[in-house]
Design a protein around this ligand. Structure first.
Ligand code: AMP
Length: 451
């Protein structure tokens, strides 16, 4: 079956054909590490994690690269507020980001690349842009001249004029040739971090870090670039302008994939609007797999609205699936191979159609209803496990918990709900003696084997 993906560059679903046979070089814009990551970040990173897992399941040899923006205005401002160095602050939140990602099952990235580890490459890029006449120098740094790159706007479908309002993060200066020109290298000012280079002491602009990283790791052209839709303009447009101007080779990227936003009350969840819920806050109440299920069961190009009610619904659906798989695991009933094969075919067809996960999940639930009615055994179980290798939402470990332990845990939960604390504690003690502990959270409990 042929995989088709929606390419923002052409606004069409296209057959997916990497530049070199089955090798896929894939880059997704990473976080700016100055605070805890929020659920909007989780949406983008879980959905790309799933996309990569599906590509690998289809036997593509994917190298997944992600940058870490560890130098930026917001990082500097926050570090100054706290009276610590930007480096210390960025390191702290980079670590927290990895912890969050691990808990929501984002584990497909091959390499995280810190912007500050690519300063030499950044300087090399700015120098080539200067030599070729695409860049110029003013009092506070080097800038890219938008009018020199005739195709500027081809990804976002904007003209250079329309780009004038797209001044990005650190790029305000009245000496610029065009209002929309963006900064490549920002000269040092007191209180900022700075690197001594042949272009003068300073720090990189935002867009150049990504092209420097991808040129070093992938070369001047590669297969897939991702991020959420806010990055199409000006960030991704600027990446195209920089790299295609340097190399003369087009396109920089064959397929541009963009996730839609996680919103809250119809507005993008974001740090600047202060309407965000951190991943950690949610993980205090829900298992990471519920978060993952919420995002994977929705299409990456559909906007989602965040609420705890909707997470409850995800939890209920996932509980039903987990319960189904738990029962299936020990079932000795006869399998219906025809249904298994047909379901697999339908799921793959849906995922091949620009990763249509809602459709794929509807087939999984149809399969569950069918097996619940007509029975199923080892092959049905193996089939679900295989599909879970792509979606990575099921709690397969919990199946190892013996029935007796599960029953005790449920009894304790019932006693707690009835506020019979002493009796509930006795059951907890019993469970501990048998080698299990119970962790309570607002929405239920989790059983863990003592190691
Ligand atoms: P940032 O740390 O703000 O640079 O964002 C890191 C990544 O998360 C980028 O790919 C953003 O486009 C993405 N992102 C930020 N906010 C949201 C949101 N509300 N929904 C989906 N993705 C988002």
């Amino acid at each position: 079956m042929v995989l088709r993906v929606y390419n923002t560059l052409t606004r069409k679903k296209e057959v997916f054909k990497p530049l070199k046979s089955k090798k896929v070089k894939l880059f997704v814009c990473g976080p700016t590490v100055y605070d805890f990551s929020h659920m909007g970040h989780a949406k983008t990173y879980v959905q790309f994690d799933f996309i990569v897992k599906y590509l690998r399941w289809k036997k593509y040899d994917v190298f997944y690269l992600q940058n870490i923006t560890n130098i930026d205005d917001k990082i500097i401002a926050r570090a100054n507020e706290r009276g610590i160095s930007s480096e210390k602050l960025a390191n702290e939140f980079e670590k927290k980001f990895y912890e969050d990602m691990e808990k929501i099952g984002v584990n497909s990235v091959n390499k995280y690349a810190r912007a500050t580890d690519y300063i030499d490459q950044i300087i090399k890029q700015v120098k080539r842009l200067l030599e070729k006449g695409f860049a110029y120098k003013i009092s506070d740094g080097y800038y890219f001249d938008l009018t020199k790159f005739k195709e500027y706007g081809k990804l976002a479908r904007r003209t250079v004029q329309e780009a004038e309002d797209g001044v990005s993060r650190i790029d305000d200066n009245s000496e610029k040739k065009n209002k929309g020109d963006f900064c490549l290298w920002k000269f040092y000012k007191k209180g900022d971090p700075g690197w001594d280079t042949e272009l003068g002491k300073g720090r990189p602009g935002w867009h150049i870090e990504d092209t420097a990283i991808t040129e070093k790791e992938f070369g001047v052209q590669y297969d897939v670039h991702g991020g959420a839709i806010d990055l199409i303009f000006p960030h991704h447009e600027a990446e195209i302008a920089q790299m295609e101007s340097i190399s003369g080779k087009k396109p920089l990227v064959k397929y541009w994939l963009h996730t839609e936003f996680l919103k809250i009350d119809k507005e993008k969840m974001s740090k600047s609007l202060k309407n965000f819920t951190t991943i950690r806050e949610v993980l205090d109440k829900y298992d990471g797999r519920v978060v993952r299920y919420f995002f994977v069961s929705n299409h990456y190009r559909t906007p989602l609205n965040f609420s705890y009610e909707i997470l409850d619904q995800s939890k209920n659906s996932l509980d039903r699936l987990n319960e189904f798989v738990r029962k299936l695991r020990n079932s000795k009933e006869k399998d219906d191979l025809n249904i298994i094969n047909k379901t697999k075919e339908k799921i793959v067809k849906a995922l091949d159609d620009d990763f249509d996960t809602p459709k794929a999940f509807s087939y999984i639930f149809d399969f569950m209803r069918n097996v619940n009615k007509k029975g199923g055994g080892k092959k049905s179980y193996e089939f679900i496990v295989e599909i879970n290798n792509i979606l990575d939402v099921l709690d397969l470990k919990e199946e190892n918990i013996p029935k007796e332990i599960l029953e005790l845990a449920k009894e304790r939960d019932r006693l707690r709900k009835e506020k019979k604390w002493d009796e509930a504690d006795k059951v907890r003690g019993k469970l501990k003696k048998k080698g299990y502990i119970i962790e309570d959270n607002e929405r239920g409990f989790k059983i863990k084997k003592l190691t």
